[in-house]
Design a protein. Sequence first.
Length: 283
Amino acid sequence: MLPPGAAKTRTTRNLQQTTEHIQPKDPSTTGLEIEHVNRSLQLIEQQYPQMRTRSLRTIAFAIQSNKTVLIIPGNRRRTRETDELSLNSTRHLSLHLRHLLLLTAAACIFLFCMLTLTPLRQSTQAIFASRMVKTQSAWDIAGPQGGMVQGPFGTEAYYRSLADADAIKYGISPYYYERQIEQESHFDPTAHSIPGAIGIAQFMPATAQEYGFDPHDPVASLDGGARFMRDLNNMFNGDYRKALAGYNAGPGAVDDAVASCGVAWLSCMDGQPQAYVYIIMGY
């Protein structure tokens, strides 16, 4: 048995001897070149019978062109740059990244659909104005239960609890009605205004007479004010802002503003009813 590396050394020595033997004596002679190539192929086939025909032709061509013969051992494989590119191109995205890309694409499609379905032909003011309309069914009308009135008679606490009870009785918002009376008179039963409004709910005498109560009576005025707001709210189809503006400036003024400006009706009214609505409802 040959020692390690002996077989490789022997093969290398044989190749060197064969290469030296097959070198052409006179490469400039054309006739001898063909004979030299044929003889070289025969010698190589005898020394290396396992070598392929293609390899033999390559060696013969190298001999003919006076180039040094380079024999690469069969157990070595050359890695081409294209092989590295093909290996790198087979890499796949991670599962987490693929899921993230899918979610991003779905979100973009959803936003695109929402934007294309939005009624852009309507004015922005009309869209926001329609969102500000609150219906009576959405109100929280929690207040004193069982008709119980809190606080001593004649105090502000007494009148506040009475206003809440009247609002619940007539189906309007106790919160807004209490803020409305605060804006009208600060719960003062003796309040008077320059235009002639009287009492805690600031009724004009003609309107109080139409509803059948004495505007100087705070209990009757709070009841009458809640009834009047209920009627105005029904008149304007649940638009409580219009009801408040009608309480302050009259229903006719609201109708004129709606006829002139449509959904932007409040901006067409005087500053007093505008401030009145904003203070009570907050918008």
